[in-house]
Design a protein around this ligand. Structure first.
Ligand code: ZN
Length: 236
């Protein structure tokens, strides 16, 4: 058994026994873990008050290789986001945490995803009214990090970099005019070069730059939503 101290974010929790909870945490040091929070559902649970939604906690966990649920030694809140009570912020963050929870396996991985999540939360916290574009940017950055980015700089079928006027969520990226006419995917969507360049911009540029981008999110949201549903089975 090892004792590990790490930053952690609450992904979700569910009741366990009469008064306790199991909390699913995404941690910086050991990835996604389950911990039991004894007495969490009692009004005055000290431990529950230290692992809150929409905040970052510092936790010390007893890691036992043969157990699926770990025990917490201690915890405290490092940061509560300013917008933690803002419903729009809560909805955006819940969307993103759901993607992470669906995709990331339990176990010691994901430090880079954790870093991306922290920078996303920090930029989002200071950027009211930019939630939609920041969320889409997070999703594309996340997909790139885990090796699932849609292909955006060439035709996903023949490889040409020219005439990329279509997008196929199912095949996984942009298609040239020739290939769009012969693939059997019913979902091929006509796009213009501006949309394609916007997707590349929000995927590759820092979140702090993306938040200043003036863009109509409707079309890129549609492309990303359909791509995510098809490849990760996640709805946003
Ligand atoms: Zn092609």
């Amino acid at each position: 058994m090892a004792i590990v101290r790490t930053r952690a974010i609450l992904l979700k929790s569910y009741p366990f026994g009469e008064s306790s909870e199991i909390a699913i945490l995404f941690t910086e040091a050991i990835g996604k873990i389950r911990v039991s929070v004894k007495g969490a559902r009692r009004m005055k649970s000290a431990m529950r008050a230290k692992i809150l939604p929409f905040s970052i906690s510092d936790v010390v966990v007893y890691v036992h290789p043969k157990k699926e649920v770990y025990n917490i030694k201690e915890a405290h809140v490092l940061k509560i986001f300013n917008r933690a009570r803002d419903v729009k912020f809560q909805k955006t963050v819940s969307n993103v945490l759901n993607i992470i929870d669906s995709y990331v396996e339990e176990g010691p991985e994901g430090r880079k995803i954790f870093e991306l999540l922290i920078s996303f939360l920090e930029v989002l916290d200071g950027a009211e009214k930019r939630d939609d574009v920041l969320k889409l940017s997070f999703i594309l950055k996340f997909l790139k990090l885990v090796g699932h980015s849609p292909v955006l700089d060439r035709c996903v079928r023949c490889g040409t970099p020219h005439g990329l006027h279509y997008f196929s969520p199912e095949i996984g990226g942009t298609l040239c005019i020739n290939c769009a006419g012969i693939v059997e995917d019913q979902q091929v969507i006509r796009i213009n070069n501006g949309i394609r360049k916007t997707l590349i911009f929000v995927r590759d540029r820092p979140l702090s730059t993306v938040q200043n981008l003036s863009v109509n999110e409707g079309m890129i949201e549609k492309l990303i939503r359909e791509y995510l549903e098809y490849h990760l089975g996640v709805t946003i």
